[in-house]
Structures are given as C-alpha cells and as structure tokens.
Design a protein around this ligand. Structure first.
Ligand code: PLP
Length: 383
C-alpha cells in the first residue's frame, strides 16, 4: 500500500496556530522541537490546572491505564463514585448530584437538556459576549453571527441574549424560559466578571418564573478564579454548573453538578455518554483534586492573580478584568500585536473576542517568579 505523510495538509484548517511545536512540558514550561523553553501563561486554554505533566497526575493516569483502561457506565467503578462525591464536597449546597461527561460543550448541552426536560420549555436566555461550545445547542446560545447561523441552519432556536451584567434586562427571563445560562466570569469574552448583584438578581428572577439558573464554569471553574467554583466566590448557587477544562489537568473530563430542581425525577436513560466517567478520566480528575488540595492551588490562583493584576496596572494597563488566574488586561490597543511581541519573548498568552484584551490563564501552579517573568516580558512588549 502506498503511504504518504501529508502532515498538516491532512488536517481541516480550522485553527489559527502559533509557530511553536511542543514536544514536552513540565509545570509552566513547554519545550519545543528545537529544545527552546516557552513560558505558558495560556495554560493550553485554561486546561493545565496543575501545571503540565504534574507527576502525581501522570502517575495516576499511567497506573490506571495499566489496570483498567476503560469500561463504560454499564458497570459501576469506584473512581467514578469517588469523583462524584469529591466534586459534591467541593460544591456549594444544594448541588449534590453529578453527571460525568467529556467536554465543556457536552456538559452545557446536558445542563440545558435537564432544564428543558424539567420545565417543558425550550427558550434559553444567554448573555452578550458569552461562549458556550461547539455543539449545535451550544452554538445557539453562544454570542456571534457565525454561531447563530450554524444554529439556524440546524433548525435550532437561537437564545434570547441580554446585555452583559444588565440587571434590568433580566426581565427577558419569563415564564416561557427554560433556563438562563451565564458564565460568572466570561472567558472568551475577555475575562469579564459579572457583578455579584447581577448573579443574585438572576437567581431571584429564575426562582420567580420557574426557570433554571445554569452556570457555565467550564473556563472559570476548577479553582481558576481563586475558589473551586465561581458560584462559591459569588455566594450564588445555580441549579446546574458545568466544569471541564482544568478538571483532568489535560485529560478530557467534564462534569455537570446538579441541584434538586433539575435532578428530581431523573431516571435511567435520561442522560448518557459512552466515554463519560471512564476510569482513566476519573483517575486524572481525582489526581487533579489531590494536587489542588495538597498544593493549595485555589489560594495560589488568587495570590498570583493579584500579583499579575497589580503588576500589569503598574505598567500602565488601563484595566484588569477577571478574578484569580483568569485575567483580561485591557490594553487600549490591539492585543494581538502585544501577544505577538510576547511570543517573540517566548511567552504564550491568549486574546479574547474583545480585540483590546490580552488574556492570561496560566497553570494554577504559577509561581511568583513566573508571574514576574510575564510582567517583565509585558513591559518590553508594551514599550
Ligand atoms: N464554555 C466555556 C466558557 C468555554 O470557554 C468553552 C471552551 O473554550 C466551552 C464551554 C466549550 O468547551 P469544550 O471545548 O471542552 O467543548
């Protein structure tokens, strides 16, 4: 048989990429094919929660892979049960049930499904600047003409969208609405944090009209904002909360945490996922939680985030959005050019849908010295 190595040509060209080809990584540092080290203030899109290749996580995955790589949810597994109870322990009451799946979109999709099933309503209200994933149901609630068009083509009703943090606009949540879906701190939107008053009012409004409140914490959860969930940080508890990204330190695993409003009456066959809650994914997530506890990573995210925010302000950055290690630096100029200059200094950062925002989402293990290296590079990039 004739074989050809078509390399990158064989991939659908759907991703804009930087010219860095990583071959290994450790902690906050990536090593490329030429042996050069790159400081990762992007965290592989907020995924590298415990840093790259944390030895405890790597060991847990390797050991589990050698023992039982996979069996589906047709059989119970102690890791799955342990992970569910450890997630419930970390979540504000009354979130006391867990559905395990694989990606952020899958988690949000299931949260919306539960809300629609419970209320018998179909409409979802979402927020301008919100980003919820690539499945059709998630694109229907994500802000952006391109996503809206995909949803319409698929015959999916598009969300009613309200302005960011606008309390008066919450009136759009009425008796026809199944759920209000909101990122407490928007990720792609530029690390924009909702005000506590907005989320409290959203809770009250949902209660008044019988709609579910859904928090998409796919990016802002798992300790990123300085508490395990942003719900805890805000003191507002939704009816369901989606986690993904950092939960498995790089191994795909996601969870929907569910409160009684949405768990009541749920029975066998209502939700499902072949790979969701597989033993390897659960081992990765359990080891991630071990590291988060042992190394105090929620506190570290808050501490290092404050250092980065303060340092950025001292460099003249107009405004710093976000919490913990989900930060958006409002530069007052195109962020892409600054991101490029940081890349020339071998520092990886992110941008956002807001073109003036440079997004920082480093591993939650980021050190003071690493934060200072980012600030030094930023000073040069801004000069
Ligand atoms: N929700 C938020 C807030 C996200 O940032 C993302 C991904 O960036 C998603 C959902 C979708 O997650 P996934 O790509 O794992 O489906």
């Amino acid at each position: 048989m004739l074989t050809t190595d078509r390399g990158a040509d064989a991939l659908l060209p759907v991703y804009a990429q930087f010219p860095v080809r990583p071959v290994s990584a450790s902690g906050s540092w990536i090593v490329d094919e030429a042996g050069e080290r790159w400081l990762d203030a992007y965290g592989g899109h907020a995924v590298a929660s415990t840093g790259h290749c944390h030895p405890h996580v790597v060991r847990a995955i390797a050991e589990q892979a050698g023992r039982l790589l996979f069996y589906s949810t047709m059989l119970s597994h102690p890791h799955r049960e342990r992970l569910a109870s450890r997630l419930v322990e970390r979540s504000p009451a009354p979130l006391d049930k867990v559905f395990l799946c694989n990606t952020g979109a899958e988690a949000n999709e299931n949260a919306m499904l539960l809300a629609r099933k419970r209320t018998g309503r179909s409409a979802i209200v979402a927020v301008e600047g919100g980003w919820h994933g690539r499945s059709v149901a998630c694109q229907a609630v994500t802000d952006g003409a391109k996503y809206e068009q995909t949803a319409r083509l698929a015959g999916m009703p598009v969300a009613r969208r309200i302005p960011f943090d606008d309390l008066a606009a919450l009136d759009a949540i009425d008796e026809t609405v199944a759920a209000f879906l909101v990122e407490p701190v928007q990720g792609m939107g530029g690390a924009r944090a909702c005000s506590p008053a907005f989320l409290r009012a959203a809770r009250a409004r949902c209660d008044a009209v019988g709609a579910a409140l859904l928090f998409d914490e796919v990016q802002c959860g798992v300790g990123r904002c300085g508490a395990f969930t942003a719900a805890e940080l805000y003191g507002v508890v939704p009816d369901a909360l989606s986690l993904a990204k950092g939960l498995g330190s790089g191994f795909p695993v996601a969870a929907v945490l569910v409160g009684p409003m949405l768990s009541e009456g749920i029975t066998i066959g209502d939700l499902g996922s072949t790979f969701g809650g597989g033993p390897l994914a659960c081992a990765a997530a359990l080891a991630t939680l071990d590291v988060m506890d042992a190394e105090g990573l929620c506190g570290n995210a808050a501490r290092i985030g404050a250092r980065l925010a303060e340092g950025a302000r001292a460099l003249g950055v107009r405004r710093v959005e976000g919490h913990g290690l989900l930060l958006g630096l409002r530069l007052g100029r195109p962020a892409k050019a600054v991101q490029q200059r940081l890349l020339e200094r071998r520092v990886l950062t992110g941008t956002a849908t807001d073109p003036e925002i440079l997004r920082l989402l480093p591993p939650l293990t980021f050190t003071e010295a690493e934060a200072d290296l980012v600030l030094d590079a930023l000073k040069e990039a801004l000069a």
